[in-house]
Ligand binder design. Structure first.
Ligand SMILES: Nc1nc2c(ncn2[C@@H]2O[C@H](COP(=O)(O)OP(=O)(O)OP(=O)(O)O)[C@@H](O)[C@H]2O)c(=O)[nH]1
Ligand SMILES: [Zn+2]
Length: 345
């Protein structure tokens, strides 16, 4: 039988403690969300796994795996949602101003890529932007180094797009892989994987958790039997941490992401502040600090082009979503008017 977890081992920190009044703890219990269902949450508390109902003012869409709630054991309800320190989100369909939460309270995201044709700067920069937008520290994980002549060349390319992002190189199938990810998977730490299909995420996730995850399934038995600390979407890492592996995380598409772009391209965004014109397109106009830096060989021209492309895509995305929203509003106005006319009002 697995011993019951402590709050700290579940990822509870002083940051969450500060959000609650000590008197609240007389009746309420902190609980980590391990599954979000239509009207119900699966959680882990110091007493083990439990199911909570949702209060009317807390829709399931506002809660994500990884969140902390205060549970009321008397009613079996989630009484209150605590502020999260990080999240992965995408834009809600049709409304770019609304966030659709994917996961919450993640301490590190492993942006996973391999030493192969799949390696793509533009895509990795998008993943970085997604992490920055949600306040999640990224870590680069380069896989398949055993199949490559010169993994260092790939490491150099990673350093070029994220000089401050920690990077590790592994053979995901070797016994050392778990140790390489260890620094981010200590007690109470929560991690998740991002990356294209086939780069080795499942291989690494299986190695970390000791579960056979290749099939994307965890047997029902494991839920009821001995592994009471293991939920399907938040998996215990022996020796401490937690791996969040939700369908939402797996299905995250790169076109969904927003913001975080200027942080992923900090050195370029910083220069743009020095352009002569405030609305500089960083193209042919005079006094462009970005183009000047390219000419001086201080920044990479390809990277500037990718930055511009991401920013224009982002602007387009936001504009079209706003447009749809406006159209939706005017349509509902028309419908209301029509109803009024019908009623003779
Ligand atoms: N030689 C070698 N093979 C690897 C490495 N990482 C992954 N593989 C193999 O590559 C294939 C795909 O790995 P997965 O772990 O399933 O990749 P994934 O990212 O989970 O892919 P999806 O499940 O489709 O998202 C498997 O056959 C792995 O055994 C590595 O570092 N070295
Ligand atoms: Zn400029």
């Amino acid at each position: 039988m697995t011993p019951h977890p402590t709050l700290a081992s579940l990822g509870w920190t002083p940051e969450f403690q500060r959000q609650i009044d000590p008197s609240e703890l007389e009746t309420l219990t902190p609980a980590r969300v391990t599954g979000v269902h239509r009207a119900r949450l699966s959680v882990l508390t110091e007493d083990g796994a439990a199911e909570l109902t949702l209060p009317p003012d807390l829709p399931a869409g506002d809660v994500a795996v990884g969140d902390w709630v205060l549970a009321d054991p008397a009613t079996g309800r989630a009484a209150r949602l605590l502020d999260r320190h990080s999240r992965i989100f995408r834009r809600a369909a049709g409304d770019a101003s609304r966030e659709q939460l994917i996961v919450a309270n993640v301490d590190a995201v492993f942006i996973t890529t391999s030493c192969s044709e799949e390696f793509n700067e533009a895509r990795l920069e998008r993943y970085l932007a997604l992490c920055h937008a949600g306040g999640v520290p990224p870590v680069f994980v380069l896989t398949k180094i055993d199949r490559c002549e010169d993994p260092d060349a790939y490491m150099d390319r990673l350093r070029a797009i994220g000089p401050k992002v920690p990077a590790v190189a592994v053979n995901a199938k070797s016994a050392d892989a778990v140790g390489a990810l260890g620094p981010w998977c200590g007690p109470g730490q929560t991690v998740a994987f991002l990356g294209m299909s086939g780069v080795g995420k499942s291989t690494l996730a299986s190695a970390l958790t000791g579960l056979a995850l290749e099939t994307g399934e965890v047997r029902e038995d494991d839920m009821k039997g001995h592994h009471t600390t293991t939920a399907r979407e938040m998996l215990a890492i022996p020796g401490g941490g937690w791996l969040i592996d939700t369908p939402g995380m797996r299905e995250l598409r790169l076109t969904d992401m927003a913001e975080g772009i200027d942080e992923a391209f900090a050195e370029i965004a910083g220069l743009a502040a020095d352009c002569r014109f405030r609305d500089c397109t960083h193209g042919p106009e005079p006094g462009c600090a970005v183009q000047a830096a390219v000419k001086a060989g201080q920044i990479d021209a390809g990277r500037v082009e990718r930055w511009k492309k991401l920013r224009s895509e982002d602007a387009e995305h936001t504009a079209s979503a706003l447009d749809r929203k406006r159209k939706g509003k005017s349509l509902s106005k028309l419908v209301k008017q029509a109803k009024r006319i019908k009623r003779g009002g």
